[in-house]
Design a protein around this ligand. Structure first.
Ligand code: THU
Length: 140
């Protein structure tokens, strides 16, 4: 495995470290996400809720926007962590945002606090037929 290859256990550790910081007074669901960039940097984020509800941002997007802020251009793995028994896949908005910065083959791991990684899937499985930056470059 290369330095920038997927390291799901590193992502699990990073997500576990920040999950307590989730700001989720309305849903009560503490969600954390962690991603790895093609440079091997691990960046984590949590869901941040808002009294307007609509202003809420998911953990995945918090992590992605933090990574972009640090100069990340491409991610090559992402993990979502909750304490729910069943895996929590990224919501539709997050899938679209992940697609902006990742290939369809990008692994996505769904984990919980008790059992660790429950499922490994890919962005392409979660968001087939995606609309992305490619389309905007393909004007005929
Ligand atoms: N949430 C995430 O952080 N990631 C997801 O993929 C699904 C939902 C958050 C948003 C909200 O704070 C709470 O979970 C309930 O929807």
């Amino acid at each position: 495995m290369t330095a920038s290859g997927p390291r799901p256990l590193d992502l699990l550790r990073a997500a576990k470290r920040v999950r307590k910081n989730s700001y989720s007074p309305y849903s009560g669901y503490k969600v954390a996400a962690a991603l790895i960039t093609d440079q091997g940097q691990v960046v984590a984020g949590v869901n941040v809720e808002n009294a307007s509800y609509g202003g809420t941002i998911c953990a995945e997007r918090t992590a992605i926007f933090a990574a972009v802020t640090e100069g990340m251009k491409h991610l090559c793995g992402l993990l979502v962590l909750t304490d729910a028994k069943d895996p929590w896949p990224p919501c539709g908005f997050c899938r679209q945002v992940i697609a902006e910065f990742a290939d369809p083959s990008c692994p996505v791991w769904l984990a919980n606090t008790k059992k660790g990684i429950l499922i490994e899937t890919t962005l392409g499985e979660l968001l087939p037929g995606q609309f992305g930056p490619k389309q905007l470059k393909s004007r005929s």
